[in-house]
Each structure stands twice: as C-alpha cells, then as structure tokens.
Design a protein around this ligand. Structure first.
Ligand code: NAP
Length: 255
C-alpha cells in the first residue's frame, strides 16, 4: 500500500466530493477544474484510464484535489464498481454531474439516421445517465446536500424544435430526442426527491467548442470556461435553490 500523506487524506475527506462523468476532456474536464477551484474534491470519471489520468494530472498539477474514477456509463458493471469505490472511500457523494454524452447524427436528416445511431445515442445519453444516477442515488442520499446535474441541451427542447423559425430543428433527431427523454427522466426524478435535500437539475451549456462540435475550428462560439458555468452553478446551489429545472446561465429554458 502506498504512503498517503496525512494532510492530503484529511483534506480530501473534509472536502465535498463531486463526480463528473466524461471528465477527461471538453466541458467535463473544465467543470472538474472549476469545482476543484471552488474547493471540491473531484472524481474524474473517464472510460479510458490513460486519458482520465492525464486530466487528473493536469488538475493536480494546478493544485486542485482530484482523482481518477474509471467509469463507462454504458456498462452497468463499470458503474457498480465505481459506486463501490466511492462508497468504500468516502461513504457518500455530494455532487453527481452526468456530463458524458455522444452526438453522432448531427447534420443527418431525421429520416436518415439509422436505428444503430439511435441506439448508440440513447445508450449513452439516456440509459447511461439512468444507470449512473440510479446507482449513485443511495450515496447522494447520504450527503447533507446532494446535487444532481445532467448535461441536457437546448436541442432537447420540444418547444424550441416545434418552432418553425428555429434554425436548429430538422437534423440530429436522435441526439435531440435523447436529451428530451433525459429531461423527462430528470423532471420525474426531481418530483420523486422533492422532499429530500437533493436537487436535480438539467443544464444546457451553450454551443461550446469541443470535440463534439468540431473542435477549435468548428462552428461553436463558446469556450469551455463559459460552457462549464451552468453545470457548476447547478452543482453548487444553496439549500433554497431550484430543483426540477432546465437552465442555461441562470435562465430557465422552454421545455
Ligand atoms: P466531448 O468533448 O465529446 O466529451 C464527451 C465526454 O463524454 C468524453 O469525455 C467522452 O469520453 C465521454 N463519454 C462518451 N461516452 C461515454 C461512455 N459510454 N462512458 C463514459 N464516458 C463517455 O463533448 P462535450 O461537448 O464536452 O459534451 C459534454 C456534454 O455536454 C454532453 O452530454 C453533450 O451532449 C452536452 N452538450 C454539449 C454541447 C456543446 O456545444 N459542446 C451543447 C449542449 C450539450 P472519451 O474521451 O473517452 O470519448
């Protein structure tokens, strides 16, 4: 067993514990960085250990408190192992940010996306979030102030998509439908937990330059620093903050 300096162990035990899924890059990594800067101990969820460890090294080199948590959200065995690790180490989870997601039918007309694309999209963006959220819920219930956030998208807004003037609708149906379904799951979960100290909210990060949107040369206009702000704000809500909402930068979005 490796030597763990006493002060490091003490400080990570005393800090609030936040798990960000898909935190090895993009909005997730920046969310981890901002939570670390606010004093959280961040569990960097990553399906690839090497990529996840590289992100952890970046955060700890910057003086933040972070560790790798191997986590494939589409694999219930991996999720169960991650829950066991957190339970044994910390006995609770204060913040869960379901950030991991895929977008594989952008630009594909609704009638042209294959069933395989629909299945792959829903496997991560909906069933992955359901699996991860439900599995970590007992540990979130052990927190004094559990906060659950999922990265939705304005593309999941039926009100927006049904508006003929909306430039976004007409392609990426599998992605948009996965986020609309996610919205419904979280609204129902928030209802279920309304008499607890747990808050459940949905974040639209904005249109953010990441690998999902074509990287630095892609059409998105926000940097990850701005893109992570809504997730971080919802993860750090006070006791009188909202639950069951769908937000971007403090603004409520149309369902
Ligand atoms: P990204 O850079 O492509 O990052 C996605 C992350 O999810 C990566 O870490 C990826 O891991 C991980 N991931 C994918 N499938 C996974 C699985 N089965 N298990 C575990 N991790 C998995 O995308 P992003 O733009 O930061 O997106 C983050 C979230 O924001 C997504 O939910 C996305 O839908 C949402 N969002 C983004 C935008 C935007 O403009 N960028 C807008 C609205 C909503 P690998 O590195 O291993 O692939």
């Amino acid at each position: 067993m490796g030597f763990i300096p006493h002060n490091r162990l003490t400080s990570s035990m005393e800090k609030k514990i936040a798990l960000v899924t898909g935190a090895n890059k993009g909005i997730g990594k920046e969310t981890a960085r901002q939570l670390g800067t606010l004093g959280y101990h961040v569990l960097v969820g990553s399906r690839d250990a090497a990529r996840g460890q590289a992100a952890v090294d970046e955060l700890t080199t910057a003086g933040l408190s972070a560790e790798l948590l191997p986590l494939v959200v589409t694999d219930p065995t991996s999720v169960a192992a991650a829950v066991k690790t957190v339970e044994e180490k910390y006995g609770r989870l204060d913040v869960l940010i379901n950030n991991a997601g895929v977008g594989i039918d952008f630009g594909v007309p609704a009638s042209a996306a294959t069933v395989e694309q629909w299945q792959e999209t829903f496997a991560t963006n909906l069933f992955g979030v359901v699996t991860t959220t439900n599995a970590f819920l007992p540990l979130l219930k052990k927190s004094e102030s559990g906060r659950i956030v999922a990265l939705s998208s304005i593309l999941g807004s039926l009100a927006n998509a049904a508006n003929p003037g909306n430039a976004w609708s007409g392609s990426g149906a599998a992605y948009a439908a996965s986020k609309a379904a996610l919205n419904m799951y979280y609204v129902q979960l928030a209802r279920e937990l309304k008499d607890t100290h747990i808050k459940v909210n949905l974040a639209h990060p904005g249109y953010v330059k990441t690998d999902m949107t074509g990287g630095e040369d892609g059409p998105a206009h926000l940097g990850v620093k701005d893109g992570a702000k809504t997730s971080v704000a919802l993860a750090t809500l006070d006791a009188d903050g909202p639950t069951g909402g769908y937000f971007h930068n403090g603004e409520t979005l149309p369902w």
